[in-house]
Ligand binder design. Structure first.
Ligand SMILES: [Zn+2]
Length: 177
């Protein structure tokens, strides 16, 4: 339907997360998507909605948590978060708060680009592993390509999303997601 990058990895849950990011892109929003999976079923899905809903808290992962609604601690502890990009501090914090045991990341750049996440000396994926989570990083190029395209088209919107004052816009634009 378009010339947008296509996901290479064969994982229906990551595809669902990526579909959310494409949906956001077509809405003029930041192309980051996420789904929450419980016992093989998607129970929450969302995409970054800062632009669409004017809410600074609605990163893709947070939108998926919101969409899943209130869940019991027992359910969270059986869930996996699929996200097109390595989660930021806010989304990581929520994931740790609810004690999800597993995170699957589509992109590699966000995970590998930060080497000292929260002063841990680790990447985001490494940090999550160090606190006991199982982390899968697919290293698929499509999420980065789509976000780079958005960031090139709307650098100010992207900088706002990551709390950046402009210094990171350029070669590093995809390194914090
Ligand atoms: Zn986030």
């Amino acid at each position: 339907m378009s010339d947008l990058p296509q996901l290479s990895v064969d994982d229906p849950f990551m595809q669902a997360a990526y579909d959310q990011s494409v949906k956001s892109y077509h809405e003029g929003g930041i192309p980051i998507g996420a789904v929450i999976v419980h016992r093989g079923e998607i129970i929450g899905r969302g995409h970054n909605s800062r632009v669409q809903r004017g809410n600074p808290l609605l990163h893709g992962e947070m939108a998926a948590y919101e969409n899943a609604g209130r869940l019991s601690p027992a359910v969270y502890r059986e869930c996996t978060l699929y996200t097109t990009h390595a989660p930021c501090s806010m989304c990581t914090g929520t994931t740790l708060l609810y004690k999800l045991p597993k995170v699957v990341i589509g992109d590699s750049v966000g995970a590998s680009g930060i080497t000292n996440y929260l002063g841990s000396g680790k990447s985001i994926a490494g940090f999550l592993r160090s606190v006991g989570l199982e982390v899968v990083v697919y290293d698929d190029p499509a999420p980065k390509l789509l976000l780079d395209r958005f960031a090139a088209e709307k650098p100010d919107v992207w900088a706002e999303d990551i709390g950046d004052d402009g210094d990171l816009v350029g070669p590093h634009i995809s390194r914090i997601t």
